[in-house]
Design a protein around this ligand. Structure first.
Ligand code: PEP
Ligand code: MN
Length: 347
C-alpha cells in the first residue's frame, strides 16, 4: 500500500512505525514537493500506525511494482529541476544537447554555445564513456569532468554527465548538475542506490534489454534511497532490426506517461545511430508526449571521437529546434526557457 502523507520529517515517521512495528518489512519513503510518499508493502500494522498519526492524506491501495514512481502518487506528474531555472516535466518541452563525449575545452565551449543558441536548457557530455570495445575512445575521465565543471561555470548552463560506478558518484556530483545512468548500468543496483543518496537529479536511461516495468523498478531504487529527482530517458532497445542502432520504443514513452509521474525524455541519437533519423524521431517523441529530448550535437561531427555518425552539426541542430517549435506549438506546448546567458558574453 502506498500512503501519501504530509511532508514531515522522515525520521519521525520511521520512529513512529518502529515504535509499534519493530521490523517493518521493506518500508520505503520519498519526499516529493510537499508530500511524503510511504510504501508499506503488505504491512497492515505499519499502515495503521500512519493512519492513526493523522499524517495520511491519501491512499493508493494497489500501486504498481514500482510504487513510489506510480502515477497515482503524483497525479499531475512531477517536475524535476536540473539546476538553475532548467526543469523537465510539466507543460513545456526541455532540450538537453551536447556531444557524446567531452573531447577538449574548445570543443565543449563551441558545443555549449551551439546548444544554447538552439534552445537547450542543459549541456550533455560524457567524461567516462562505457564503450562496447576496449579499443574505442574511453573518454577523458577526470580531465573531462574538470572541463565540464569549467564550462558550467563559464556558461551558467547545467551540465549532465554519466557516472559509471558507485565509487565515483561523489566526484561526478561535485562537477556536474545531473548524474546520467547509462543503458549498460540501468540495472546496476549498487550504483542506483548510490545516486539515490547523491543529492543530484538523475537522468536514468532505459536498459536496452529492460522492460518498462524493469526500467521503472530501476527508478524505484533511486526514489527509495530518498531522491525524487529522476528523469527517465528512452534511448532504444535491442531488437532484430539492424537498420537502426537500436529500436527507439516510442510506445514505451506513452506507457510510462500513463503509469508513472516521472518525466520521460527521448534520446533519438543513440536510439537511431544516424543523424538523418534524429529529426523525424525527435518530432515523433514530442508528438507522443515526451517531456524533452537528449540530443547529440557536435561543432564538427566528422572529427568526433565518439558517435560522430549520429551527431547533428550546427545547421541540422537549428533545423531540428525550429521544426520542434512548430510541432510543439501545434500541440499547445512550448520549449522550456533556458538559463539566461551570463552578462557580458557575446552570443
Ligand atoms: C550516452 O548518452 O552518451 C550513452 C552512452 O548513452 P547510452 O547509455 O544510452 O548508450
Ligand atoms: Mn554516445
Amino acid at each position: 500500500m502506498l500512503l501519501v502523507c504530509r511532508a514531515v520529517d522522515e525520521d519521525a515517521v520511521r520512529e513512529r512505525i518502529h515504535a509499534r512495528v519493530p521490523t517493518p518489512h521493506g518500508t520505503t519513503m520519498c519526499r516529493i514537493g510537499d508530500q511524503l510518499l510511504v510504501h508499506v508493502p503488505g504491512d497492515r500494522l505499519a499502515a495503521d500506525v500512519l493512519h492513526e498519526s493523522g499524517l495520511v492524506q491519501r491512499t493508493v491501495a494497489d500501486p504498481s511494482d514500482a510504487p513510489l514512481t506510480d502515477r497515482e502518487a503524483v497525479p499531475p506528474g512531477s517536475v524535476v529541476s536540473l539546476g538553475g531555472s532548467a526543469t523537465v516535466g510539466g507543460a513545456d518541452f526541455a532540450l538537453i544537447a551536447g556531444p557524446c563525449a567531452v573531447e577538449s575545452h574548445e570543443q565543449m565551449s563551441a558545443s555549449v554555445a551551439m546548444a544554447r543558441a538552439g534552445g537547450a536548457v542543459a549541456l550533455r557530455g560524457g567524461a567516462y564513456k562505457p564503450r562496447s570495445s576496449p579499443y574505442s575512445f574511453q573518454g577523458l575521465g577526470d580531465e573531462g569532468l574538470r572541463i565540464m565543471a569549467k564550462i558550467r561555470a563559464e556558461s551558467g548552463l547545467p551540465v549532465v554527465t554519466e557516472v559509471v560506478d558507485a565509487e565515483t558518484v561523489d566526484l561526478v556530483a561535485e562537477h556536474a548538475d545531473v548524474l546520467q545512468i547509462g543503458t549498460r548500468n540501468a540495472q546496476n543496483f549498487t550504483l542506483l542506490r548510490a545516486v539515490g543518496r547523491a543529492g543530484r537529479p538523475v537522468l536514468l536511461k532505459r536498459g536496452f534489454g529492460c522492460t518498462v516495468s524493469e526500467w521503472l523498478q530501476a527508478a524505484e531504487y533511486v526514489l527509495a534511497a530518498g531522491n525524487p529527482d529522476v528523469v527517465l530517458c528512452e534511448r532504444g532497445i535491442r531488437s532484430f532490426e539492424p537498420a537502426t542502432r537500436f529500436t527507439l520504443d516510442l510506445s514505451a514513452v506513452a506507457v510510462v506517461k500513463h503509469r508513472s509521474h516521472l518525466p520521460v525524455i527521448v534520446d533519438p541519437s543513440h536510439g537511431t545511430g544516424h543523424r538523418h533519423l534524429v529529426k523525424p524521431l525527435a518530432l515523433a517523441a514530442a508528438a507522443v508526449g515526451a517531456d524533452g529530448l537528449l540530443v547529440d550535437i557536435h561543432p564538427d561531427p566528422p572529427s568526433a571521437l565518439c558517435d560522430g555518425d549520429q551527431a547533428l552539426d550546427r545547421d541540422l541542430w537549428f533545423d531540428l529546434a525550429d521544426a520542434l517549435r512548430g510541432v510543439l506549438t501545434g500541440l499547445g506546448r512550448g520549449l522550456t526557457p533556458g538559463e539566461p546567458e551570463p552578462a557580458g558574453r557575446a552570443r
